[in-house]
Design a binder for this molecule. Structure first.
Ligand SMILES: Cc1ncc(COP(=O)(O)O)c(C=O)c1O
Length: 422
């Protein structure tokens, strides 16, 4: 599939004149220069096509152009956002979450860490070395100390090391905010949250869960290890989950949730320009961003009407297909004699056969190019020796491997896995 359909869109209803239509035609031409994200054959980066219902809902709301900063600018969509946040909170096991949508996972994580610092200015952020880079960057923005925690060979935060660092911080009179990633960006690994929560209690630490990518998998049929750590999310102090990753939304939609609604007090500010139409909560009173798309809330709300967040529902089944796709590709890769990491979620990381890291890296890069020329789009990832359980001769510092994010239900297809690997 390509992007030609964009050229056939009809704009008469918008009263666009001939000049506007010509501009849109040239835009449609420019947009041809993209990978075919909607196709089954795109299984590279963490990019999932939005559902047409979400697109239509956003488009419809865009005629109103609501701003969810204040009820003054987006009454209806602020109401939709509160409903959506309540449902995301319920999914995570929070009884009464405070939260809101954001422009994405970076902003949502920034807010969670900002609240951590507001609660305790003496906190140090600890995150898995495989956590998204946003955590080290945003702690820099916030001026909070950051410590990268080693991962074990399957990409999970190393618990004995975490305990050692917590003990050290305690002896220095400092506290910690532990960022647990449920679904790392590179390999989809799941930090041992259940154990992290226990340690956090012992050391009076705060726990933030970055489930920007993995969060919706709480609904899916996970294996025992993942299931227990996803169940523990309800005990975390804050959570990030991105509707624009697995939630079928167009870009521009993350979410941050707080277990304790009283953290709203830290956002307290007044504005001489807004908040005068109603004494009800204006979402701008509990967000760092000011203007924010109300259309994004409309998109998530409409999508949740069709795909309620319930186990065994339509939406959960789509996620189950993705999990099966990753396992299926992994098993077939092993049958083909490839190296492959057991997937935790829907990311499969593998390498063509061989031993020497430099040769394997070159071979994997060639494989990536060859597949692209066949129209199959994968991604590349660099692994360090300690992140790689395969018997490899390490003549270079990093190994370039193949990475496939199987986010679409249609990726659950043995013929497709065969096409990837052959
Ligand atoms: C685990 C995780 N956290 C945070 C982010 C950053 O989110 P965004 O790109 O929406 O800002 C990502 C992006 O892939 C992610 O995978």
């Amino acid at each position: 599939m390509d992007w030609k359909f964009l050229k056939t869109l009809r704009f008469e209803e918008l009263n666009l004149d001939k000049e506007d239509q010509d501009i849109l035609n040239s835009l449609a031409n420019r947009l041809q220069d993209n990978y075919p994200y909607h196709s089954q054959l795109y299984a590279g980066q963490m990019i999932k096509p939005p559902h047409p219902l979400a697109q239509a809902a956003q488009w419809m709301a865009s005629f109103v152009n609501p701003n969810n900063h204040a009820l003054d600018g987006g009454r209806a969509t602020s109401g939709l956002e509160l409903e959506v946040v309540a449902e995301l909170g319920q999914l995570m096991g929070y009884k009464q979450a405070l939260g809101h949508l954001t422009s994405g996972g970076t902003m949502a994580n920034l807010e969670a860490l900002w609240i951590s610092r507001k609660i305790d200015s003496n906190t140090t952020v600890l995150a898995n070395e495989l956590a998204h880079y946003t955590h080290s960057r945003m702690t820099e923005v916030l001026g909070i100390p950051f410590k990268s925690m080693p991962a074990d060979v399957v990409g999970r935060m190393d618990l004995p090391e975490l305990k050692r660092v917590l003990t050290e911080l305690k002896s220095q009179g400092k506290h910690a905010t532990i960022v647990a990633t449920l679904g790392t960006t590179g390999t989809g690994s799941i930090d041992p949250l259940e154990d992290i929560i226990i340690l956090a209690k012992q050391f009076d630490a705060r726990v933030h869960v970055d489930a920007a990518y993995g969060g919706y998998f709480k609904l899916a049929e996970l294996e025992a290890y993942s299931k227990s750590h996803f169940q523990a999310i309800q005990h975390a102090d804050s959570i990030v989950i991105d509707p624009h990753k697995h939630g079928l939304q167009p870009y521009g939609c993350g979410a941050v949730l707080f277990k304790d609604p009283s953290v709203g007090r830290f956002y307290k500010h007044d504005s001489p320009y807004t908040y005068f139409t109603s004494t009800d909560l204006h979402l701008g009173e509990i967000t760092l961003e000011c203007s924010r798309s109300g259309a994004a809330a409309a998109g998530v709300w409409a999508t949740m009407q069709k795909f309620p967040l319930v186990p065994q529902g339509l939406f959960a089944e789509r996620l189950n297909h993705s999990l099966r796709a990753a396992i299926g590709l992994h098993r077939l890769a092993l049958d083909f004699g490839y190296h492959s990491l057991p997937p935790a979620l829907d990311i499969c990381v593998f390498s063509t056969p061989g031993v020497k890291a430099s040769l394997l890296s070159a071979q994997n890069r060639d494989f990536f190019e060859r597949k692209a020329s066949e129209g199959i789009h994968l991604a590349l990832l660099k692994l360090k020796p300690e992140q790689c359980p395969w018997s490899i001769e390490w003549d270079v510092e990093e190994l370039v491997v193949l990475r496939s994010v199987l986010m679409k239900p249609e990726h659950n297809d043995p013929d497709f896995w065969k096409a990837i690997l052959s």
